[in-house]
Write a protein that binds this ligand. Structure first.
Ligand SMILES: *Cc1c(COP(=O)(O)O)cnc(C)c1O
Length: 445
């Protein structure tokens, strides 16, 4: 794992490499989350010193346009004064109480008020905790054990949901994870995304056994995939109808899409005429601090302890600082913010696509609301098999050249690209200025 990587000619990386070497002695692979290791892009990971607006600065003094935005949370950009002030004010009153406080109520009211299907919501500290808790709740509510998930969908590192997951599992080409008991994996049915026949067949094969179907509201951890329509019925609505016809619940995972794909998440993009039973949130809802949440039908949520039999708890759940950051972020995220994000995401996608076409690089742009990603493949990408068929070597070459050009893309071909309200026209121009050289590098990879 410590093999020397080629050092980019034009960019100092000495301090980052020193930190990486030190990290590798005391942190597995030197990282606290796998994708940060830059394992599939062939250049040393950059250690970040600070971030402002749409820019990241690394410890060697290089500046980059940030196209990951902490994988989604930094909707307003880095260092937004309203968010920093809210966090500083909260810190003055106490870092953590282990008791209830007003901020939790305000955040819950905001979520329930904005997201129709969420009648009640509980806060946790990560997206993983949100999906894990939602799954336990669905099992407790239905008295069933099995769960349907889709290949390429990532729901955090929950034992039951790691099989053929996206994100780091996709980046590193893993089938799933060691350490997941066979008995747990057996209760998870993994189906191809978008395959309605497979869903019908699974319910037919396991009558009265399936507690829930869980899906990303729009998959964005194998790259972005638009939920397909058939005869005017969207895939999420199909899943809701199928689950309900068989006494199961539908959990839509909006940890990534929530408050980002639109003000009301991906549900706001395609939520006509159907309702998920439970939804999960993370990322934007914490504005850069550790927050997750799960919520939905009141009768289901009321099965949680202490009133109900399904246990769920957290020492730092509803943490005052995290709650303040989330509230300030969501309150500041007005129509103008989403319009800016939509404009910038289109401008980057269109401009980069044009540069790739000019250089003759096969690629496909997929979108879901304001989210997008670029697959290095010219076939339509509608599921995990198609996502995996892309040219990851071409992406790695593109990534390295963009980084040298001052643009920090996701260090994986299987991730969405993120913009923030701080990605204005000048920032978009910086991204597009780096694209032609990177496209030529990808063409020769
Ligand atoms: C990021 C993500 C998670 C996991 O959230 P963490 O905060 O990393 O635990 C779960 N589901 C989806 C869809 C995600 O994108």
């Amino acid at each position: 794992m410590t093999a020397a990587l080629p050092t980019p000619a034009s960019q100092p990386t000495a301090r980052s490499e020193e930190l990486l070497a030190a990290a590798q002695r005391v942190i597995p692979s030197g990282v606290n989350s796998p994708v940060r290791a830059f394992g599939s892009v062939g250049t040393p990971p950059r250690y970040i010193d600070s971030a402002r607006g749409a820019l990241l600065r690394d410890v060697d003094g290089n500046e980059y346009v940030d196209m990951i935005c902490s994988w989604g949370p930094m909707l307003l950009g880095h260092g937004d004064e309203r968010v920093l002030r809210a966090v500083a004010d909260a810190a003055q009153r106490g870092l953590s109480f282990g008791a209830s406080h007003a901020g939790e109520v305000e955040l819950a009211e905001l979520v329930c008020g904005r997201i129709g299907p969420v009648e009640k919501v509980r806060m946790v500290s990560s997206g993983t905790e949100a999906t894990m808790s939602a799954l336990r709740l669905a099992r407790g509510f239905t008295g069933r054990d099995m769960v349907i998930k889709f290949a390429g969908c990532y729901h955090g590192h929950v034992d039951a949901l790691l099989a053929e997951a996206g994100s780091g599992i996709a980046t590193f080409g893993l089938p799933g994870s060691a350490g997941v008991p066979a008995s747990v994996a057996e209760a998870t049915l993994v189906l191809p995304y978008g395959d309605r026949e497979a869903v019908r067949a699974a319910f037919a094969a396991h009558p009265d056994a399936i507690a829930a179907v869980i899906t990303e509201a729009a998959p964005a951890n194998m790259g972005v995939i638009t939920p397909p329509e058939e005869d005017g019925i969207g895939f999420n609505r199909f899943l809701a109808e199928e689950a309900h016809a068989h006494g199961a619940l539908l959990i839509t995972d909006e940890v990534l899409t929530g408050f980002r794909a639109s003000a009301t998440g991906y549900y706001g993009v395609d939520g006509e005429g159907w309702t998920p039973d439970l939804m999960t949130f993370g990322k934007v809802i914490g504005g850069g601090m550790p927050v997750g949440a799960f919520g939905g039908r009141a009768d289901v949520m009321d099965c949680l302890a202490p009133a109900g039999p399904v246990y769920q708890a957290g020492t730092l759940s509803g943490n005052p600082l995290a709650t303040a950051a989330g509230l300030a972020t969501l309150r500041a995220a007005d129509a103008e913010v989403y319009a800016r994000i939509s404009r910038s995401s289109h401008a980057v996608a269109d401009g980069v696509s044009a540069a790739l076409s000019e250089a003759g690089v096969a690629h496909t742009v997929n979108r879901a609301g304001t989210l997008f990603s670029i697959f290095f493949s010219d076939a339509p990408v509608t599921d995990y098999a198609a996502a995996k068929a892309q040219n990851t070597a071409a992406y790695a070459a593109f990534f390295r050249a963009m980084l040298e050009g001052g643009v920090y893309l996701p260090p994986s071909a299987f991730e969405a690209w993120f913009v923030s309200a701080a990605h204005d026209d000048a920032i978009v121009d910086r991204v597009l200025a780096a694209a032609p050289a990177a496209a030529r590098a990808a063409a020769t990879a």
